[in-house]
Structures are given as C-alpha cells and as structure tokens.
Write a protein that binds this ligand. Sequence first.
Ligand code: ZN
Ligand code: ZN
Length: 494
Amino acid sequence: MAFSEIRTQRRITVREASGGDLFKGAVAIAAGTTLISCLTLDISTGLKGALLVAGCLLCLYGAKWVRKYLKDDKTYREYAPEWDDKHFIYDRFAKGLNAWYRQEELPEDADGDIAYFLKLQRERLRNKGLQMEKRVVPTKGTGYGTGKRSRKSLWYTTDMFFEQVSGTLAFHNANETVFEQQSEMTMYEIVAHTPDTTRADQIRVTCPQCGAVNVALKLEEGCPYCGTRFRIRDLFPRVVNFFFIKTKSIASYKQIFTQTMTLSMASVFVITLFHNIFTNFRALPSMLFNSFMMALLAGGMIGYLVGDARLLAAVFDRDGMKHISLLKWTSSKRKITNTMLKYDKNFSFDKFEGQLVALVRMAVLAEKPENLACYAAGTRDAQFADILEMTYTNGLCLNKLWLEGDQMHMSIRTWWINYYENDGKIKKCGDCIDTVFVKNISRQEEPGFSITSVFCPDCGGSFDAVRQRICPYCGKEYHMENESWIIEKMHLIR
Ligand SMILES: [Zn+2]
Ligand SMILES: [Zn+2]
C-alpha cells in the first residue's frame, strides 16, 4: 500500500473582504480629519489652505480603501457558490445529495450501501410525517479547496476527498418549517476508482440494476441475477462512503476577527472623543488626535484580546457536543492503528473510521436493525428510533480492545450531534454512542465489500444482507464478522 500525501485543488471562489484594506482606509481618514480640523485653530490662511488640501487628499485616499472594502464585502456576501458537476465526481455527488434531499432521485454516483442508508433515512422521516432538507455548497472565501488523499491497493485506487462546506439543515412538517440551522462542516467522500482490469475476476461489484453482488468480470458477461451487462468503466468511479464532520471555515474565523477589531476601535474612538468634549475640552485637532490614538492603541489591544477570545470560543464551540478528552482521543487513534497493523498491513484508520460511521448510522436508522447482517446487538434502545439525522464530530475514543480466538473486539465511544424528533418538535443533542465492534482478523476484507448485499461463502449465491442473515440458496447462516466489522453492542448516552 502506498500512501501519497494530501493534495489539494483550489476552487475558484470569491475572497472575503480584507480587514487590512479597511484599516488602511480608516487610518488615512483619521489623519485627514485631524489635519482638516486644524482649520479651527488660529493659524495663517496659507497654512490653513495647505492643511485643507492635504487633509482632503488623505480623506479621499482613505475613502478609496474603505469603498474597496465595502465593495469586496458586498461581492462576497452576494456570491453564491455552486458545485461544478461537469468534471468532478466529488462535486457531482454533493450536488446529487442536495437533489436527493429536495425529494429527487438518488445521487447517480452512490453505491448500494449509500443508497440504502439514504432510503432508510427518508423512510424514518416519512414515518414521523417530516421532510428533511439539507443543502451544502462549497464554503466561500479563503480555504484549501478540495483535499485528496489517495490509497492504492492491489485492486484499485480509493480517494478520500474532503472540503469545507456550508450548509443549511431544515425540517418541515406538512404545514411549516419546524427547524432550521446554518452550519459549517467538512464533507468527506470516499471514491473507488476504475480498477486494475486484469483483476476483474476478484473485484466485487454491486449490480447497479438489481443490487446483487458479483465479481466485476461476471457483470461484463451479464449479471447472473438480472442479465444486465455492464462495462467496467460504467461501474466506476463510485462513491462508497460519505460523511460530515463539524468544522468551522478559515473565512469565518477571519471575519470574526475583523468584525471585533472594527467594533472595538470604533467604540474606543467615540467614547474617548465624548470624554474629551465634555470633561477635557481642548482644541479640536488635539482632541481628535488623542481619540484616534486611543482607538488605535487601546481599541486595537482590546479588539485583539476579545477577538482572540472569540476565536477560541469558536474553536471550542462544540454545538452541544459532549466533552471529549484530548489525550484519550489522540492515544485511541494510535492504539487502534498500531494494533490493527499487526493483523492487516493494509489497515488505514481513515477507512476504518468511515466504516464505523456508516455502520452506526445504518444501525440507528434501520427500522428493524435485527434483520441487518452487520448488527448483532439484540434489542435496540428505543431512543434510537427518534433520531433523524446524525453528524459525526470526529470524536472517537477506544475504551477497550480484546481478542477471542480470531475475533477482534473493540469497545469504542463515538461523539455525534444528533437531530431527533420529540412530540413533533426537532431537538438537537450532543450524544455519545458506545459500540462494540467485532471482526475476524484472520481474514482480509475483500475489495468492494458491501454491507447491504453479500456473497455466500458456501454456495457463491448473492443475497440481500439487509433483510436476511440466512443464505436463501443453501440455507447456511451468514456471518458478516468474517468479512468486515459488525456491531456487537450499541448503547446511547444522552
Ligand atoms: Zn443484476
Ligand atoms: Zn449459500
């Protein structure tokens, strides 16, 4: 396995207005005003004329910068970023997802597992008499664009794409909007690319027509279940997983800072000026100069401190997320990776984390989780049945891991922001979900493995692992833990 470093591709976007421009403008106008105010002094007419000219020029120069700032700010605020769906699978999927949440078709690039999850969610919402609207667009302003991390395996390349997005989440019932929220997140998409065609006899693909699992070679000859023929390049690339992690954008941090500085300097100026006029009356230029200097020094310092505090608060704004120990979080990632690398040299933490998110999400949104081959945790806590949407927060801690024979068990706590229905109202809650995952570590996961439809290891038949655990062809019980991670226990902490 070769890891390439993270690559980023910039997106063409409108930058947020520069706080520096505004500052330059304000300083020039302050200096200009002070010069012009010297006209109130008892000085020669010639000097007055010179000061007036210089003051006006400075004010004009300052006004130019302030105008530039205001214009840039207006352009920025009015700019509506859009996905560019023509070329790029990341954008196409994001756009497809928006369309899905407008009650349109499934995203064309989604694989079977994603499609199944999206349908589960829509069914849950329908049962509650609700519609969810989720719309994400690329975040505007300073950003890194689309990040990409590629992983080459023996069979094909998987790319993890990620980008800062801004989104709106809303829930509607038959009459009105019952919940609406704006938020900033990072959207992750895992994309499997065109495989090495010489391995077409080993790569599993879900038939886009009927959902049965076949090796890619079979689908080229015609799906044994529905007869449809596909070309490999029609089957790839595919988005095999996607999830959102709550994060704030660079542009919004910058804006918080500019805003605080401006407000602080302006307030100090006004307060000092009034103080001077009413209690310490002197010549106008002197009072103005003093107020401007105070605004620059005291206002700047206060603004800097308050701005920093606000940034810090924004960084730690957990949006209701429960507390997580930073130390435990860092060590968990290392411990899981180190342990798993002993058994699977292809192990990647990102992929593992994405799998866990997909598994938990599916187990929570399924109406009858006990039918899922990837869920063996018995009766589910009734509270899970009210959850409508889940945002993973990147919070994950390992409680314990142990080996029983070849079965690796991992007890893991995950942090989420969940949206759930309660008496027709939508509530947002920082939940933790304690889960025990189990997998047979003596077997490697096959490329293209799906948790919704599987191959029977005994007879080779393909069946729906979402509705049954017993192979309909040979009657043997199917054990998904031999091929992938499954959920052994699941518990909600609210
Ligand atoms: Zn088929
Ligand atoms: Zn079978």
